[in-house]
Design a protein around this ligand. Sequence first.
Ligand code: PAF
Length: 345
Amino acid sequence: MPETIPQSSILLLRDVPALRAWRAPQTHDRRLVALVPTMGALHAGHLSLIRRAARENHHVVVSIYLNPAQFGASEDFASYPSTWDADVAALAKLDRELADDGANLGRVSAVFAPSTKDMFPEGFPGQEVDSKGSFVSITPVGEVLEGKSRPTFFRGVATICMKLFNAAQPDRVYFGQKDAQQTVIIRRLVRDFLLPIEVVVGETVRDADGLAQSSRNVYLGARRRALAPVIHRALRAAEGAYASGQTSGEALLGEVNTVLDGVLAEQKALPPSKRALYEVDYVSVADPDTMLEVDAVDPAKGAILSTAVKMLPVEEPFEGEDLGHIGGPPVRLIDNVILPPRAES
Ligand code: PAF
């Protein structure tokens, strides 16, 4: 009997041969196969991508693989939240909802959960910048913004996605807009390596106060979580200015920085027992196809306005304070808004 996720008919495919054996007849049967790549720790953003994939395809494969290649040697690979039981329970529940909703073409057909041995048959090459092995690098887009702070990150993402795409041979792949630079990298990967795959980007899912859903939000704890929506508020200030006609990169960055700096100054005025602090890694207005900075937004093209903010550890926690997953180390949060193209007046 094939292995399934508890309380569902979702197949659990644990290696590449099992995935290939399941995939092969789908082409013959003219079934559209979607892949939603994840590293587990599923949240509402993932579930919304899976819902969309089920609306548009006969089969949805969700991959759950915590990819060591996209973590730097000093990053949080070892502590990254691992929530397998909750993840598969969420998928089983979502699949029941999909079955009850006649608007969907498909369901969650399979979870692909390979081991590192499956994904790196010659052995894992390592997390160092100069590690030797078979990598996919997409430059220069992979070297700026997130790639500047995390030099092996996009090499790891592009490499694992190439492997997942080769193993699953999806017709469509689904990624979230929250990781804007990642979506640009994936589009370039598909285009430059002539992969017969459509890349679909789903909207960022936000909590009611604007914080973008992310697997890393569990690191925040209550105090930093309460402050974190400042990121979206800052981006929205610039979005508003763009909507009112502002196209200067400097002016748009100024809008974001005014909000981020203002709130930080307020926090700094509080005693350490009450405040939370952060450092702004970058604020960027970039070309939507290359992620390279622009001096002014070309209204015919639009731009991506993005930021990365490092929430610093709480300095003086009170007795019993919720400091977040593994006691609240620094957490780097990223977010972005799309400045859409518009007709010039
Ligand atoms: O966005 C993520 O969770 C990861 O970067 C991805 C695309 C699953 C590759 O490991």
